[in-house]
Structure formats: C-alpha cells, structure tokens
Design a protein around this ligand. Structure first.
Ligand code: NAP
Length: 528
C-alpha cells in the first residue's frame, strides 16, 4: 500500500490519523493508495503559506508565470503511463479518454501561458490628465486587472485531469496571479496526488514561492468548508453537485468578508427540434442525440438531458427509441454517483405519464458498477405538472418531451431555469421563424448551439462554459477558455501615481508591447 501525504507548499505533511483509500469502481476493490485526511492545522498551514506566496507571486512577470504553467504541462506529460493507468483505475474511464484529457489539460495550461506572454489580457486603460480642463482639472487615471489572492479549487469527479488538480480552474487562477489550494476529489485521490506532485515539481524548478500550491485530502463538508471560511482565502472554483456547490456558496457569502464562489453545478442542457428539421433529418438527429446522451456514460456537464420536439407523427419518437436501444452504458465514476443515477431513474419512473421509451439493449456488465442508458418520454403537460423532470440526472439518460405547437414550445422555454447550454435544430428556412425561441434561450443558457450537440466544449477564447443559476452561482463568467482568468481578478485604478511607481503594464513607455485603451483608442503606442 502506498501512503500519500498532503502537499503543503514545498512540504509533505501527514499529521492526520483518519484514513481513506483510492477505489476502483469497475472492480469494486481498493487500489494500492491510502490517504490521511488533512487536519485543521494542515488546512491553516496551507492557507497561510498561500497568503505569503501571494505577496511574491503577484509581482512576478507574466512571462515568468507562463514559464511556470508550461513547466506544469511538461511535468504532466512526464508523469507518463502511470498517470493514465492510475486515473483509469480510479474513475472507470478508458485509458484513451484519459490520454485525450491529459492533452486537453496540457493545452489549457499552454493556452494560459500564451495569454500571459502576449499580456494584453490585463485590460490596461489609461486616461491621461488634462490639467487645464475647466471647471476642474482631469486627473491621470490608469486601470488594470490584478489578482484576488489565494484561491481554493474543488476538483471535479467527471474531469479527473482537465477540471481537477491541474485543470482549468487551477490554470486560470495561477495565470491571474493567485496561489491555489486544491481540495482533492475523494473519487480520484491518487490521480490528484500524481498531478499535485507534478505542480510541486514545476513550482520548484521554476523558482516559484513556497505555498504557491497545496493539495489537501479529506471531506468536503469538513476541510472544504474550513478552507472556504478561512479569512485569507479570496475566491473559490468548484464543479460538482448542486447541494455541495450551493452549500459552499452560502458559506462564502456568510463570511464576515464574503468572497466569490464560481460553482458549476449541473444542467439539463435542453435540445429543441423544430418541425422541418425533424421531417428532413429526424432519424439522423435521433441517432446523434442518443450518442451525445451516452457519451462518457453521460457524465458530462453538457450532457443533453431533455429533448423537446413538436409531435407531428410517431416517426421521430420511433427513431429515438431505435437509436437509444443501440447505445451502451458503462462503469460510472464512483459508487455514490451510480446510486444517484439509479435513484434519479426511479424518481422519473414513479411519475404518472412518464414512459420508459427505450432501455439500452447492448449494455453488459455488473449491476453494481454499470449504468444502463434509459430514455424517458412524456408530453408537455406532464412536464408542466412535474417541473422536477427538467432537473439533471447525472448519467446516460434523457427525457423526450413532445409539444403540440410552437406556442407551447416557447412557453416551456420561457419557464426553463438556467442551463450551461441550449440547443436548437432547425432548417435554414425555419430558424428565422423561431427567432423568439433563440431570444428566450440566450437568457437561459451560457451557450446556444445551432444544429449540433452540446457535449464537446472547445477550449478557446470565445467559449462560455457557464450559465444562469442554478447551472452556476455566477452567470457573468466562464470556467473554460481564456476569459476564465477574470474570475480571479479585480480591476484597480491608480490616480496620479508617478510613472516610475506604476506597474509595467501602465507606464508611459509600453515596454511589454501590449494593447491598451489610451484616451479611448485601443493601441500599442507609448504615451509621450
Ligand atoms: P459532489 O458531491 O458535489 O462533490 C464535489 C466536491 O465537493 C467534492 O470534493 C466533495 O468532497 C465536495 N463536497 C461534497 N459535499 C460538500 C459539502 N456539503 N460541503 C463542502 N464540500 C462538499 O459531486 P460528485 O461527487 O463529483 O458527484 C456527485 C453528483 O454531482 C453527481 O451525481 C452529479 O449530479 C453532480 N456532478 C455534476 C457535475 C457537473 O459538471 N455539473 C460534475 C460532477 C458531478 P468529498 O470528497 O467529501 O465528496
């Protein structure tokens, strides 16, 4: 048995005496890694070190931070096959998927490194003084984004690399200039340990301050809460269930000094099929829909959990049934997640008017570990009477809701809560006739997808992976893409500060060669 310790800055620590183990959900056995749960002292030590590191790290240049991020990417690659096999054994995800996710994680880190090297992300704005303005002189005002302070990240179970220890939240917080303390997800602690050591090695190699990164194991409700309530913590990134995300949010806003919590908590990602698209390519849409629902055993936050279509004939419903019966399920990430999935199915089945339209015929495996895809069907009245049907069941399931008219479709859209995505399938001719639907959906979702499927989140500058509550606790941000950096910054304005004392981004001479808004013009010019 390998005993893993807390990572507290550049130290390892094992003060706790409560143990837990890495677990293989496919074979339902313990893996060879054991862990101590962090003690309260270890939590405090990690936060205090992070606060000390912040004083140094926030002043390091963007280029030096970029070198650190690139070094983490390199160390993740150096972690080799061990990272893949350990992660696969802890999550039930196939090695090819984990390998792909590692490259996504590496590319995210490199994307933020490039952002830092280019430098214009700080959004520098300068309004120069007009000393002879009447009736009052105008002061010299200079604005830019600066880092918030130590950030706590809760790794996601469903992205053990790309949204966990070295994932998007951590990369964007480091890029912003914030030290990070990760609360490891209990469903993949050994993967977290390998990723955490990669970050620690990268931090040492690139001469980052001790405390720039810590990794703690233990219960979310205990050490997670202690971290969020610690006065030196300044922001939180989270992906997981509504209950945990909301509990952390409530704790953060109840602190004497409230702090932002960027919690991504799940969503049903509704898909609307317009009548002409259904007539033209109903069978194709049904097959692609079924594929999207069961992708990764339905364990994507953008999994489409609800489909709405205008029932013209039974052909489309039949195509959905046929397509869904040909899907396969698989091992879920953790036993509690499989239990929650099966409970969700039971909940739907208990509602009068909900029909189990199709059950996967191809799923084989152990009942104790394998999720079986199920497609439900109901008409819109059942949905109206049972709004809980529109809530997420995390896993390979979805509900197809038939409506009788465009008006009814618009009414359902109007009553949706917040989602990460909303999708519309329509022909080029009918989409403009449904502009009202798109207008409603942009109020309900972070990303509106046309003639595609929401699974598959491109990591780039224009991505929005976020959405109105309850899909997240802050609709103004994204957790994927370069804009994620702004979750961990705030603007500051210097009024009449001497040029020699200004940060390099705001000095008269633009030595960093970044874009700046100078007296209303976006330019790379110096100020004379
Ligand atoms: P979770 O239970 O919300 O756990 C996520 C993290 O929050 C873990 O580190 C957990 O710590 C911590 N936590 C749990 N309860 C807490 C509390 N009361 N206070 C503070 N921290 C707490 O999510 P999960 O285990 O990953 O999956 C469970 C369900 O979450 C799924 O069935 C699904 O419904 C949803 N989920 C949604 C998404 C999404 O993308 N939207 C992704 C994953 C999961 P522990 O280590 O102690 O558990």
């Amino acid at each position: 048995m390998k005993q893993e310790l807390q990572i507290v800055g550049f130290d390892f620590s094992g003060l706790g005496n409560e143990m837990f183990y890495s677990y293989n959900p496919a074979n339902q056995v313990k893996n060879e890694y054991s862990f101590f749960k962090a003690t309260s002292d270890e939590v405090n030590r990690a936060v205090e070190k992070a606060a000390a590191a912040f004083k140094v790290y926030r002043k390091i240049s963007g280029v030096e931070k970029a070198v650190f991020l690139e070094a983490i990417a390199e160390e993740l690659i150096n972690a080799g096959d061990e990272l893949i096999s350990v992660c696969s054994s802890e999550t039930g995800l196939p090695p090819a998927r984990i390998e792909g996710e590692r490259m996504r994680t590496v590319n995210q880190l490199r994307m933020f490194a490039n952002l830092l090297k280019e430098g214009s992300w700080v959004d520098a704005r300068i309004d120069t003084a007009i000393s002879d303005r009447t009736p009052l002189p105008k002061p010299d005002l200079r604005f830019m984004q600066i880092a918030l302070g130590p950030v706590v990240v809760f790794g996601a179970s469903n992205f053990p690399l790309a949204f966990s220890v070295a994932g998007g939240d951590t990369a964007s917080a480091f890029a912003a200039g914030c030290p990070v303390i990760v609360k490891a997800h209990s469903a993949h602690p050994a993967t977290s340990a390998i990723s955490g050591k990669a970050i620690q090695t990268a931090a040492r190699k690139t001469h980052m301050p001790d405390g720039i990164f810590s990794l703690l194991y233990g219960d979310g409700s205990k050490i997670g809460m202690q971290l969020v309530k610690h006065p030196l913590v300044k922001a939180v990134g989270f992906t997981g269930s509504f209950n945990a995300g909301k509990a952390l949010f409530d704790a953060a806003v109840s602190r004497p000094e409230p702090i932002p919590v960027y919690a991504e908590m799940g969503s049903t990602n509704p898909v609307f099929i317009l009548p002409d698209a259904m007539k033209e390519r109903g069978r194709e849409i049904a097959a692609a829909y079924a594929g999207s629902v069961v992708l990764g055993v339905g364990q994507f936050c953008t999994n489409p959990g609800m489909l709405l279509y205008q029932s013209i004939d039974d052909q489309f419903k039949q195509s959905l049934k046929t397509a869904f019966e040909q899907t396969t399920g698989g091992v879920m990430l953790a036993p509690n997640i499989l239990n929650a999935y099966n409970d969700g199915l039971k909940h739907h089945l208990a509602i009068e008017g909900v029909e189990p339209l199709a059950v996967s015929k191809l799923t084989t495996g152990n009942d104790q570990s394998t999720a079986v895809p199920v497609l439900f069907a109901a008409d819109s009245k059942v949905l109206v009477d049972n709004p809980a049907l529109s809530e997420e069941i995390f896993g390979p399931t979805s509900i197809a809701i038939s409506v009788t008219s465009k008006i009814e479709m618009l009414k359902i859209a109007e009553n949706l809560t917040g989602h990460l995505t909303a999708t519309v399938h329509g022909t080029d001719e009918e989409l403009p006739e449904y502009i009202e639907l798109i207008d409603i959906l942009e109020q309900k979702a972070g990303r509106v997808v046309i003639n595609g499927f929401p699974t598959g989140v491109e990591v780039c500058s224009s991505m929005v992976h976020g959405g109105p509550f309850p899909s997240t606790t802050d609709s103004k941000t994204t957790s994927v893409g370069t804009a994620a950096i702004y979750r961990f910054t705030r603007p500051v304005c210097y009024q009449n500060l001497n040029d020699s004392m200004l940060p390099p981004e705001l000095k008269n001479k633009n030595t960093l060669n970044i874009f700046r808004l100078i007296n209303g013009d976006r330019t790379k010019n110096d100020i004379f």
